[in-house]
Design a protein around this ligand. Structure first.
Ligand code: G3H
Length: 481
């Protein structure tokens, strides 16, 4: 809630954007460092948030919605002025292309502005009076308390803010821990937080997730957890809370979204959307297409056309024009991808594109694997990287069964004509996932659409409108007439 100097231990940040030496070796670049909090330091940040909330009687939760909006608007003006620094850090820390880094920033600002607009609907809720059985009820929306927000490395700004801003607007006080890859880009925001919000309302926690976050959860003082990350982490954090029934969890988790390509699909559209769906930002999106189920009558042609498109992709550094494949920020990822490619090859799949799977340090060239079959690691594991598995099916029922058997249930894409068969398929698949895309890749946007999932893919719903509801509770003031 206030700017503090840090004199304790720090974690160096090594950019995935390596420098190639004249002898061909790759030289890592240290681009900054961040504070390494211990448990006690994290608890100090928590105490600041608890104190600012003050059992719902603090200045922030008691403020009018209009005043809270004014603070968020001030914050937005302040961060827009720092856009260039934030975008540059996005590019250096996580390797997002210049265009996509700019897009992430702009999408975040739009998200904030649209959230403020959406609040008008919620406000209408609060001013609604219901008269029933001699009682007049005023429905309100009240805060939950102290919210811990943790966004993922692939959208470190946007997906932190799509939880943090609605939580703040609804009157909660907030702690947030930036993702390990994507921490430095939050530094330019700190002064804006301190200037726009009262002391203790927004608090940043730095350090190793497995040290500081358990301390926060075990305190029992976190009322809501907003996490976009893995279901394994979410499960263990929820269990650390001493009274899990007092914790509201709003979670965006693992996904293994599939594309089902029907025999009558327009292959030009299917290939183009598949390319974007599988390989935008190197496939590092929870919504990425991570499995392709293609009807056997068109599978060979689909694979050959997709391989041709993948061969045109240009690997390089995110600031270079025309580059679409960039270094991966997770240091262990290239080895993992090599492992799942080797596993698929051992069971009969082939890499179908030129140089697929080759790597220079963190820069991994995409691999199109075909034919993929049940039992291979890539059949079920979420690769979250540039590996594109294609399997064949004979009967549509096999594709449906793939989704039924999955532990995930975020989205699916169907490519096919607008036939009765496709309409029936949509009707079946809406009961398996939370969004069905027809002739389009899977994606989160538009941000007004509910963003959620079934099974291990989500808990609660995020979106411009839904997040305001997720981070608040409906309360009633009931007066007997
Ligand atoms: O990583 C998960 C994101 O929510 C994906 O968002 O579909 O806009 O890329 P996106």
């Amino acid at each position: 809630g206030e700017l503090r100097e840090w004199a304790g231990p720090v974690q160096e940040v090594i950019s995935p954007m390596f420098e190639r030496q004249p002898d061909g070796t790759l030289k890592p670049r240290v681009i900054g460092s961040y504070p390494l909090f211990d448990e006690a330091e994290a608890i100090k940040a928590l105490d600041a948030a608890v104190q600012a909330y003050n059992f719902g009687r603090g200045e922030w939760p008691m403020m009018s919605v209009a005043e809270r909006i004014a603070a968020v608007e001030k914050f937005t003006r302040l961060i827009v002025a720092r856009k260039a620094e934030i975008v540059k850090l996005l590019l250096w820390e996580i390797g997002k292309s210049a265009a996509d880094s700019n897009k992430e920033f702009d999408r975040t600002i739009d998200y904030i502005r649209n959230t403020i607009d959406a609040l008008k609907d919620i406000d209408r809720d609060s001013s609604r009076f219901t008269i029933e059985e001699g009682i007049i009820g005023q429905i309100r929306r009240s805060p939950l308390g102290v919210v811990l927000c943790m966004g993922p490395f692939n959208y470190p700004l946007n997906e932190t803010f799509c939880m943090l801003i609605p939580a703040l607007i609804m009157g909660n006080t907030v702690l947030f821990k930036p993702p390990k890859h994507g921490t430095l880009l939050h530094f330019p925001l700190l002064a804006a937080f301190a200037e726009a919000f009262p002391k203790g309302v927004v608090n940043t926690v730095y350090g190793r997730g497995n040290t500081v976050v358990p301390a926060l959860m075990a305190s029992g003082k976190i009322d809501a957890l907003g996490l976009i990350g893995s279901s394994r982490v979410a499960d263990s954090l929820k269990k650390m809370h001493p009274k899990s029934n007092r914790l509201r969890a709003i979670l965006g988790l693992d996904a293994k979204n599939a594309a089902i390509i029907m025999p009558d699909a327009d292959l030009t559209v299917a290939v183009q959307e598949s390319l974007l769906g599988a390989l935008s930002f190197n496939g590092q999106r929870c919504t990425a297409l991570k499995m392709f189920l293609v009807h056997e009558s068109i599978a060979d042609e689909f694979v050959q056309r997709l391989a041709t498109e993948i061969n045109k992709l240009k690997p390089g550094m995110p600031w270079d024009a025309g580059v679409n494949i960039t270094p991966l920020p997770e240091p262990q990822k290239p080895a993992y991808l090599a492992e799942i490619i080797a596993d698929a090859e051992a069971y009969g799949a082939r890499v179908m594109n030129e140089g697929g799977g080759t790597a220079a340090g963190p820069l991994v060239y995409p691999a199109l694997l075909y034919p993929v079959q049940a039992g291979m690691k890539v059949w079920r594991e979420e690769q979250f990287g540039p590996v594109v598995p294609v399997a064949r099916f004979a009967q549509t029922e096999e594709a449906i069964q793939y989704l039924i058997d999955s532990d995930h249930g975020q989205q699916v894409s169907i490519f096919g004509s607008e036939s009765q068969e496709v309409a029936d398929l949509i009707d079946q698949l809406v009961n398996q996932v939370s969004r069905v895309n027809l002739n389009a890749q899977c994606q989160r946007g538009p941000d007004t659409f509910p963003f959620t999932g079934r099974k291990d893919s989500a808990e609660g719903t995020l979106s411009v409108n839904d997040a305001l509801r997720s981070f608040s509770i409906r309360t009633v003031v009931a007066t007997k007439l």
